[in-house]
Design a protein around this ligand. Structure first.
Ligand SMILES: Cc1cc2nc3c(=O)[nH]c(=O)nc-3n(C[C@H](O)[C@H](O)[C@H](O)COP(=O)(O)OP(=O)(O)OC[C@H]3O[C@@H](n4cnc5c(N)ncnc54)[C@H](O)[C@@H]3O)c2cc1C
Length: 561
């Protein structure tokens, strides 16, 4: 028997005697693997070039292309699958009954985290083009797996909060921004790099942190306290340190809680259980109790929210970037599938209605990426005007971009038909991860109310915002009309709290529209303005006006392998 005949027989399905052709696989898209996630993303690559000083562009592009190739490799994709199929396990005690409060992760989790840290994704502050290169890197690398982005984000974001105390910053910042990842609990001084988390949310209140009951009693040494209480959500509890809110004699205060004390003994950090979550399954999110837990004050007593808000603002931007990453990966998968799959005599990507769906999704993804990178560039510029712009633009973007993520992931999943509903496609994992960025770091309503607060109390913020959107004035009549409507709406204070979502949505859309009009190819800007600003659009994706150049929009979103 020839090898070929033997092969055919071996591949034959169970019923001997059936024709041998029952299992020839045709018309299935190949996997989207072995590509450079960064370079294949034209909107992202252009944004990086736009926001990076010319003398740095080549260096940054090369760095991101290297990370992009790893993110698109079969190896990284496998790490992502394994880290989610083998979720973390809590080990509260050792075999002798001593509390250890450790979390065990699959080796793939450590590989993902190790790559993120070595790629500098916790190192933005003070590095040339630091925020732009980090934002792009975060957007690229979390497409391989989203869950481990949580500790990466919190470690990066702890830096500005710690800087309120120069002595603490001098001690901890080099460890937080280190490119070395070392797993395991040891005194921080003995590690090449550390991870940080945050503990704000308690059972009786998350958004309203004033309801926190965890108490902080001062010790005799200046700045040292003991904490008693609990945290209802505390993600990445295997981290080396946490910024925690607790009630000190002078009011709600921020504290640094290390897992291991300087003498090598374990601090009291009793992990009660791990949450069983909808998605984000590779990442551990825990409930923690403090009972005589040693803590070091960060900032003044009573200024806890003021201090930790620096961290929260940075993690809010990461919610925008993380959502842009999910949307980009979902759209890349959808366009890829439709480019290989035929139905009713032609490729799906060439069917007018599927093209409309894909173009609509691609617009949402590009608008999110463009906005995320503009915000990162404002962090790099760090001028008074850019800080005022960020004050409004970050919560508005956190509200809107994270809200768009779940419908985009759901619709992109449907583009793969039944395959999209099956775990192996990777789409269900994206869909489960999608709602989270809208919840943590302040849920949708909390963001909308934060925008109102800035509007009412910080006139420089709305001035900076309007100046930014005004840069595109005169270039598109739909954008001009939308800016005019927004100004009318802003001046009407009647029922403003109940109208906050609508108002913030409009602000975000006008900002996205103005950025796309300035920088995106005309067909992208035109389609965005016609639909999102001009009102020529339905309630579901795939309802763009048919006269637009939708083929070009889709082609731009294709990830070339
Ligand atoms: C997977 C996961 C991991 C997390 N990890 C951490 C962590 O590491 N550290 C940490 O501190 N927290 C963490 N959180 C908690 C998260 O930040 C909170 O769940 C979130 O901020 C919302 O707070 P809450 O759950 O108490 O809801 P609530 O504050 O009770 O809010 C419930 C709803 O009411 C809305 N709402 C609240 N106030 C108003 C208002 N004034 N007007 C109108 N609507 C309002 C909110 O938008 C929300 O939709 C995590 C949460 C999740 C899901």
């Amino acid at each position: 028997m020839s090898a070929r005949v033997f092969h055919l027989l071996a591949a034959r399905p169970y019923r001997i005697g059936m024709a041998a052709t029952t299992h020839t696989v045709t018309n299935q898209a190949p996997p989207l693997v072995g590509y450079d996630v960064f370079t294949a993303d034209r909107a992202l690559a252009e944004a990086v070039e736009r926001h990076t000083a010319p003398e740095l562009v080549d260096e940054v592009r090369e760095e991101l292309a290297g990370l992009g190739k790893t993110a698109g490799s079969a190896q990284a994709q496998e790490w992502g699958v394994l880290a989610n199929e083998n979720p973390p396990k809590l080990r509260t005690h050792d075999r002798y009954g001593n509390r250890v409060d450790e979390v065990e992760f699959h080796p793939s989790w450590h590989r993902l985290l190790g790559k993120a840290v070595s790629a500098g994704l916790t190192d933005a502050w003070g590095r040339p083009a630091g925020h732009v290169r980090r934002a792009a890197g975060f957007l690229v690398w979390t497409q391989a797996e989203g869950g481990h982005g949580c500790p990466v984000s919190m470690t990066h974001a702890a830096v500005p909060a710690l800087r309120t105390d120069p002595a603490l910053a001098a001690e901890w910042e080099p460890r937080l921004t280190s490119h070395v990842y070392e797993e395991g609990l040891r005194p921080a001084a003995e590690k090449g790099g550390v991870l940080f988390g945050m503990g704000m949310t308690e059972k009786q209140g998350g958004s309203d942190v004033r309801a926190n009951t965890t108490s902080a009693v001062p010790l005799s040494a200046d700045g040292e306290y003991v904490l008693t209480g609990h945290k209802w959500f505390c993600s990445a509890p295997m981290s080396d340190g946490f910024l925690v809110l607790a009630q000190a004699p002078g009011g709600l205060t921020c504290f640094l809680v290390p897992r291991v004390l300087a003498d090598g003994t374990r601090n009291v950090f009793a992990i009660q259980r791990l949450k069983d979550k909808l998605g984000n399954r590779s990442n551990a999110s825990s409930e923690v109790e403090f009972d005589g837990t040693w803590a070091r004050r960060v900032g003044e007593e009573g200024r806890g929210v003021r201090t930790i808000i620096e961290m929260v603002a940075a993690t809010r931007l990461d919610c925008v970037i993380g959502s842009a990453a999910i949307m980009r990966q979902a759209v890349a998968q959808a366009v890829h599938h439709a480019s290989y799959r035929s139905a009713f005599g032609g490729l799906l990507v060439e069917k007018p209605l599927m093209r409309n769906v894909l173009a609509d999704l691609a617009l949402e993804s590009e608008a999110a990426t463009t906005l995320a990178l503009r915000l990162a560039a404002a962090y790099d510029a760090d001028t008074e005007e850019e800080r005022a712009f960020l004050r409004l633009a970050v919560p508005a973007a956190k509200y809107w971009v994270t809200k768009r993520c779940t419908p985009v992931a759901g619709e992109a999943l449907e583009c793969l038909g039944g395959n999209g509903y099956v775990e192996e496609s990777g789409m269900p994992r994206l869909l489960r991860e999608a709602p989270l960025n809208s919840i943590w770091e302040g849920s949708g309503n909390v963001q909308a109310l934060d925008v109102l607060r800035a509007l009412q109390r910080e006139p420089q913020a709305i001035n900076a915002f309007l100046q930014e959107v005004g840069k595109a004035r005169g270039a598109d009549h739909r954008l001009d009309a939308a800016i005019k409507d927004l100004l009318t709406e802003l001046s009407d204070l009647d029922g403003i709290e109940a109208r906050a979502r609508r108002l913030v949505e409009r602000m975000a859309l006008v900002l996205q529209g103005s950025l796309l009009v300035r920088w995106a190819p005309p067909q992208v800007a035109d389609a965005f303005c016609a639909s999102r600003l001009g009102g020529d659009w339905g309630a579901a994706f795939g309802t763009l006006p048919h006269s637009l150049d939708l083929a070009s929009v889709v082609e731009r979103a294709r990830a070339e392998v």
